[in-house]
Design a protein around this ligand. Sequence first.
Ligand SMILES: NC(=O)C1=CN([C@@H]2O[C@H](COP(=O)(O)OP(=O)(O)OC[C@H]3O[C@@H](n4cnc5c(N)ncnc54)[C@H](OP(=O)(O)O)[C@@H]3O)[C@@H](O)[C@H]2O)C=CC1
Ligand SMILES: O=C(CO)[C@H](O)[C@H](O)COP(=O)(O)O
Length: 466
Amino acid sequence: MMNSIGVFGLGVMGANLAINMANKGEKVAVYNYTPDLIETFQEKHLHENATAYYELTRFIDSLEKPRKIFLMVTAGAVVDSVIESLFPLLDQGDIIMDGGNSNFQDSNRRYNDLKEKGLHFIGVGVSGGEEGALNGPSLMPSGDKEAYQQVAPILEKIAAQVDGKACCSYLGKEGSGHYVKMVHNGIEYADMQLITEAYQFLRERLGLGVNEIAAIFAEWNKGELESYLMEITADILTRVDEETNQPMIDVILDKSGQKGTGKWTSQNALDIGVPLTIVTESVFMRFLSNVKEERMIAEQELEGPAPLLEQTDKNEWIELVRQALVMGKISTYAQGFYQYKQASEQYKWDLQLDEIALIFRGGCIIRAGILNEISNAFKEDKELSNLFLSPYFKAILNKNQAAMRKVVIKGMETGLALPCFNASLVYYDGYRSGKSGANLIQAQRDYFGAHTFERTDKDGHFHIQW
Ligand SMILES: NC(=O)C1=CN([C@@H]2O[C@H](COP(=O)(O)OP(=O)(O)OC[C@H]3O[C@@H](n4cnc5c(N)ncnc54)[C@H](OP(=O)(O)O)[C@@H]3O)[C@@H](O)[C@H]2O)C=CC1
Ligand SMILES: O=C(CO)[C@H](O)[C@H](O)COP(=O)(O)O
């Protein structure tokens, strides 16, 4: 019997996706560039529906036509070299899916190159980590719709399911699926940083212990802040290091890694003219975290205010921080979904924002209760530009902005950097200002560079001798 799909790449994600497919009844062929991971797969994941191949030709020949091959390899040049190795073995109409965190511009190129050669390329954003890959990830596929329809029964079956709906939908042409995944990761960075800022405020300014904070986060996770990241953070804070008996969080070095998708999201926001300040601050904070040695010196050299809040009602501050976190989260999604809207218009992708929010509800790292409301907001008003203006979110922001101000001011007064909380508030105040300061910018530009300006009282572009 022929295999219905082939998985190329048996690292963390590929092996688990292959087993997910096998568990759902697909006959899966698996292959890896080096034999070690094939052996590991056979030892760890023996499955009646999964067959491992050590030779690429046999792997390809075992697949039903049109062949469906799911690549789960390191993003970047590796994807091109794998496609090159596959190309001579494939026939017209075969379908290559790339599930890695590929740059959407690479996916645009691969889509067009393969189309010219008579092959289909489907970029599939995958989120959910190891556990999601095995039990149901969020999948963000794009490419030719007809090609997608041929793989849809498999992808929609292996994806997470929420309220009877698969967390997998055709998103649009070219590399739009990888674009959606990229911005997903940007939101992920910002959400992680916002939770971290809430944690730092509670720990370093209110003086709460990790177990108290774990309990607070677990409680918050039952309400407006319900999300996977909130849930795992509460869990992380309860973990004790077996070697030192200290909270695990206190023995982890405060230098953050990153693979680049957050940075790409910010770079693209600059390219297409979107104010993505919260994600960008979170990327910058990861960079700043990495100069640990310099920060340790600066801590001794540079002055700041007394760090702890005195004579304070802790419960009142805990609630203020919760409200600030809700506002930060809404602001992050507002900016991220605004980026989707702008990208969709500029790249002519016709992204459906309500659908994107739906497929993020299960399987992925940013899954959160708020996504139902985000989907509703864009479903109710297809022209909605910014979530801030939807009735549901407007009401929350009008209520929570006062709390955000108090937390941000207290952070500044006590010398605690809260870049993402601060960026949320700056964005909120900037967005709700009918009058910006850009008239002065325009005057300056015209003064030094004769760049012209528009007037408030008549049409046209004007330049004056200053
Ligand atoms: N880990 C996660 O949580 C998530 C990861 N992703 C993305 O999925 C992709 C895979 O990630 P993950 O499984 O974690 O990574 P791993 O490092 O576990 O696996 C990488 C895979 O790529 C293969 N590979 C590396 N170099 C080459 C090469 N030159 N030619 C052919 N194959 C090669 C490896 O094979 P070999 O051992 O033979 O080198 C291995 O199968 C990445 O793009 C990642 O960004 C997406 C969502 C979540
Ligand atoms: O795509 C993912 C989750 O959605 C990966 O876990 C990704 O590696 C996370 O990004 P980074 O390593 O840059 O923090």
